[in-house]
Write a protein that binds this ligand. Structure first.
Ligand code: MF3
Ligand code: CO
Ligand code: CO
Length: 249
């Protein structure tokens, strides 16, 4: 946002790498029979071992160190003694807070072998995020990003969740702007060199509507259809963007 953005990028790079590293560790242990609490413990320990805090832990009362959102859970699933079984899909969302800066990333994992349709949903969600990231550079408008995702996803028969969006991030976990994953080309605010925000599309196999359970957190698809999500934290540059939450593997 200003000439000093290089320092913000450097700090976010460090936090982003830690968050991505936690997910790399999750990838190694996730399998049928694991409890989502075990994933949460791993994330807590990994962040701690890397001198970082979990931003979600105690954020507005959230009780755990990561979000684990299985099957028809869209986002903000709370780790518990729930056992993941063959054929499930689960998104794990980790946000590291390191030296006062945040890195926020999530991936949807397949538990054992999952249905072809679930595989297609996951691939489509990942590609939608990456396609959007590829068009980001100085002066692109937010509507272009939303349209890129929405057009790609709807052409494949899936729907884009509208109740949750990407967000500016930095020394605050969530800040301006809201980054919608749907929209119209040529509309909305223009992104500028130095801006840091997340792209985190939630894509449903059925309809786009969601509802939040009485725990106040868990968001699910209204029609109980499967939902997938990926998230990266990126920084805008003159000719493109840097992804801060890429896996080192
Ligand atoms: N990491 C989520 C995001 O992508 C936010 C989780 S907030 C929590 O913005 F409190 F639910 F953890
Ligand atoms: Co986020
Ligand atoms: Co997140």
């Amino acid at each position: 946002m200003n000439e000093n953005y290089k320092e913000a990028f450097e700090k976010t790079r460090v936090a982003g790498l830690i968050a991505a590293g936690a997910l790399d560790e999750v990838a190694k242990i996730i399998k049928p029979g694991i409890r989502t609490n075990e994933i949460d413990n791993l994330c807590y320990e990994y962040l701690n071992d890397h001198g970082a805090y979990s931003a979600p832990l105690f954020y507005r009362g959230f009780p755990k160190s990561c979000c684990t959102s299985a099957n028809h859970v869209v986002c903000h699933g709370i780790p518990s003694d729930k056992v993941l079984k063959e054929g499930d899909i689960v998104n794990v969302d980790v946000t590291a807070l390191k030296n006062h800066w945040h890195g926020d990333t999530s991936r949807t994992f397949e538990i054992g072998e999952v249905s072809i349709k679930a595989q297609k949903l996951i691939k489509t969600t990942y590609n939608a995020m990456m396609n959007a990231i590829k068009i980001i550079k100085d002066d692109v408008c937010l509507g272009d990003i939303g349209a890129e995702i929405q057009n790609y996803v709807e052409a494949r028969g899936f729907s884009v969740v509208q109740d949750f969006c990407g967000h500016g991030i930095g020394q605050k976990f969530h800040e301006e702007p809201n980054v919608l994953h749907y929209g119209k080309k040529g509309t909305g605010e223009k992104v500028k060199t130095g801006m840091i925000f997340t792209i985190e599309p939630m894509i449903n196999m059925g309809k786009y509507e969601t509802k939040t359970l009485i725990d106040g957190w868990t968001a699910v698809t209204k029609d109980k259809s499967l939902s997938a999500q990926f998230e990266h934290t990126i920084g805008v540059t003159k000719d493109g963007c840097e992804i801060f939450t890429l896996s080192k593997n």
